[in-house]
Design a protein around this ligand. Sequence first.
Ligand code: ADP
Ligand code: MG
Length: 287
Amino acid sequence: MSTPAATPGRAPSAGTAARARGLTKAYGSGETAVLALDSVDVDIARGRFTAVMGPSGSGKSTLMHCLAGLDTVSAGQVWIGGTEITGLRDRELTRLRRDRIGFMFQSFNLIPTLNALENITLPMDIAGRAPDERWLNRVIDTLGLRNRLGHRPAQLSGGQQQRVACARALVSRPELIFADEPTGNLDSRAGLEVLGFLRDAVDNLGQTVVMVTHDPGAAAHSDLVLYLADGRIVDEMAHPTAQAVLERVRLFARDGAPSPGPGPVGGRFAGDGSPLRDGNDAAVEEA
Ligand code: ADP
Ligand code: MG
């Protein structure tokens, strides 16, 4: 079942949308330092849907933030396409992020004083680009936001806010979309819609999606599942099914993840794929 992360032979012409080598991220220093990522090597295949799973505190959000150029790294290198972003100046990095990356945060990061539509188009407004109206409308209708466009975030449910965050990430048609638990606050129908939308973005628009999830059913929509533990990628599964993912998660819960590294971060999957709380959770916001 398992194939190398780089999956070299799988789609030779498609290439790599994002890549990390020796990616290391430590928070704090001295005795209280936390090693969130421990020398991670990963290749995110272009035009594929990659899911990232792992216990709470295993480094999933940190990995996404570092790959997307939203956080600095302690050591190692990160590339978006052919561009090494770990060497870029702030201004160049900001432009690259704006032009090529969409991010759905675990906390939605909506602007409270803007309504839903203004939040959705904000990144494009900042970039001075007009959204493609047909695409904008398709995103709005698919996510069921048509009659919520004039509402501010405080007037929206958690699920609706999540859908606004989803629309904001999709509206500029970025080549690379990072989604941190995008279905975490949605009922199953809305969750399936978001997953279908992400799948569609990959299959029909050639976009690349990287998604953190705790849900084996959500992971089953991906092409490849990466498993994180203690800040390392410890396993992966191509062509996942919900059943196979669930069994892998249960195996990790029983026997521990393969080759777990010693370190201050950690935790275990519960049998249902949800994280068991560990001592680090105070600093980890789970939507
Ligand atoms: P996950 O998304 O898998 O739950 P995170 O990437 O959020 O994990 O966190 C990985 C580790 O880094 C955890 O131990 C967490 O407590 C720690 N961490 C994350 N962000 C910070 C931060 N800003 N300051 C200090 N520690 C952090
Ligand atoms: Mg997280």
